[in-house]
Ligand binder design. Structure first.
Ligand code: THU
Length: 133
């Protein structure tokens, strides 16, 4: 199995573990770090709705906790005809750990439908470190 197939398998498995009793919409994500390892995540909702977390967020957190700081590829999977795209907040989260070559795979239960360079999603993202001055 190649890395992209492993990414799909990991994200699909995580989606099945999603905790989404409020929206009834399960999402899985898997990140391939630049260390070659795969980190999966699922959405985790909460009865206090804003406390819920997205699948991408949990996958990225797992990568960070393992000491990896760069996303080579990220895959998002949901049960929709047209595959879902990451929400605005998750695009910013992906941006933090992406490079010029980072790929985003969009999948549904039939498999990967589309693969794009991350910059196609957020070409003009906030990235101004002058805020630190
Ligand atoms: N959700 C994700 O986990 N990732 C996305 O890219 C879009 C939305 C989750 C949040 C919420 O638990 C459910 O899907 C419905 O919005």
């Amino acid at each position: 199995m190649n890395k992209t197939d492993k990414l799909l398998t990991a994200a699909a498995h995580a989606r099945q573990q999603a905790y989404a009793p409020y929206s009834d919409f399960s999402v899985g994500a898997a990140v391939l770090g630049n260390n070659g390892k795969i980190y999966a995540g699922a959405n985790v909702e909460n009865i206090s709705y804003p406390c819920g977390t997205c699948a991408e967020q949990s996958a990225i957190a797992a990568m960070i906790a393992d000491g990896c700081r760069e996303i080579s590829e990220i895959l998002i999977i949901a049960e929709t005809k047209d595959p879902i795209t990451p929400c605005g907040a998750c695009l910013q989260r992906i941006k933090e750990f992406s490079g010029s070559q980072t790929i985003v795979h969009l999948a549904n239960l039939t498999g990967i439908v589309k693969s794009l360079n991350f910059n196609e999603f957020l070409p003009l993202t906030f990235n101004n470190m002058e805020v630190k001055k």
